[in-house]
Structure formats: C-alpha cells, structure tokens
Design a binder for this molecule. Sequence first.
Ligand code: NAD
Length: 261
Amino acid sequence: MTVLSGKRGLILGVANENSAAWGIAKQAYKLGAKLAFTYQMPAFKKRLAPLAESVESDLLIECDVNEELAAKETIEVLSSHWTEIDFVVHSLGFSDKNELRGPYYDTSRENFKKTMLISAFSFTELAQASFPLMPKGGSLLTLSYLGGVRTTPNYNVMGVAKAALEASVRYLAVDLGEKNIRVNGLSAGPMKTLAGAAISGARGIFRHSEKNAPLGRNPSIYEVGNAGCYLISNLSSGVTGEIHYVDGGFNNVGVAANEGS
Ligand code: NAD
C-alpha cells in the first residue's frame, strides 16, 4: 500500500514533460494514484498522450477553461468513466506575454479579464463542478507563485490573479470543509516551463531565486510533485486553506545571507 493507492484524480495543465502538473502526475502515479488528464486544445493531445500512457492513463479530456461550461463538461465526461474521484489538480494559467513586462499599470482591460478568468476563476468553476463527485471527501489543489503576495519583476497581472487564486483557496476551503473536501495551494519557486518562460526576465528571476534561497536552488517539478502528493493524499488530512511553499525557502528571506558577508 502506498499513500495514493486506490485514489483517483484529475490533473489539468500537463503541456509537456517540463510542466509542474507532470511532476505531480508522475509522483502521484508512483504513489499508486489512477489519473485522468485534460488538455487545452487538440494540438496538445499529441504531446500529452505518450506521457499519460507512461502512467497507465488513457483518460484524456479536452478542456479550455476560457470556454464557458468547460469545467462542468469536463467533469461530466469524467463522471461517465468514474463515479467518484479523490482529487483534482489545477495547474494552469495564462496572460498575454506582452503584458508580462513593463509596468503593471499598462495592463489592458481585455487581458485583465482573461488572466483572471483562466488563472483564478477557473479553479472556482472546477471546484463547483467537481465536489459532487467527492461524496466521501477529497482534495483540490492549485498552483501559485510568490508574485501573488509580493511584487516580483514583470509578473504584473499574473500576480494580481494569483492573489485572487490564493484568496479563492481560503474561501473554497471554508465552503467545502463540511463535505470533508480540502482546498490548498502550492506556491512553487521558479521552474523552467513554457508558462514560466513567458515572463520577461524569467532567467534573471530564476537565477536570483536559486542564489538567495536557503537551499541554494529552485525546486524541481518532482519536488513540487512530492509536495503536491502530500496535499492530495491523506497525509495532509488536517490541512486546508493553506498555501504551501515549495521554493527552497526563498519566501522566508528578507535580506539574503550572501548580502551580509
Ligand atoms: P506549463 O506551460 O507547463 O503549464 C501551463 C498550462 O496551462 C498548460 O498545460 C496550458 O495548456 C494550460 N492552460 C493555459 N491556458 C489554458 C486554458 N485556457 N485552458 C486550459 N488550460 C490552459 O507551465 P507551468 O509552469 O507548469 O504552469 C503550471 C502552473 O504553475 C501555473 O499556474 C503557473 O502559474 C504555476 N507556477 C509556475 C511557476 C514557474 O516558475 N513555472 C512557478 C510557480 C507557479
């Protein structure tokens, strides 16, 4: 028996083998979970299918959260295969990369709405749609970044969306606590992914974080995966409404040790 033996879960956000969602999926599979995946659009299915196959999953559902009812329809498709699920991992976000540079005040109304909808509200829609499939309880997990609580260069409207996402975690935790459904966020340090690369100056931020983190490095997607497995398994049965950092300790640093020497 391993901690996720017999557990079934849906993972949103595997774009390729570098995705944070893939780190979580792979570790969850190793710990015994049965997985279903979503992909944003048909062109992404080709990349996802072999990865999913490697973790014995052929349950792949198209879900573009920019579309109204996408979350609901995804859960409907899932429920035709599985009558109950134990966890959902929401590992996605989007903003126009032209606005992930320069001043935040240049954010457009259109991109503000789109960023908030895809990166923050989609988690709430997913919670609405998926809790009926968790009659005995379950766990919802989303991915955040330090830019939601502090300023980080060029993160701009994504930071505002992550702040909304983290607040959603707390409100959903209260709403769903009586159903024994836990809701948590995992705030990861910089990882080299497609979404990460969209932020202007991503390399400099990556280097700054690894240099100044107490562990002297950024997390791998598998370290993020292991922490994710804690949050979706019964090991964290007493934990809800939390934002758990997996960033080598970077968020704790005020003035980096190497600045004082
Ligand atoms: P990624 O590019 O591998 O994954 C982003 C995913 O978002 C992709 O699978 C993409 O298809 C999906 N997506 C975008 N728009 C969508 C839509 N409309 N509908 C459905 N899916 C959509 O990058 P990642 O870094 O693994 O990102 C996953 C999560 O991790 C995001 O929430 C991101 O903000 C967060 N995160 C990333 C970092 C980092 O440094 N990369 C750090 C902390 C948090």
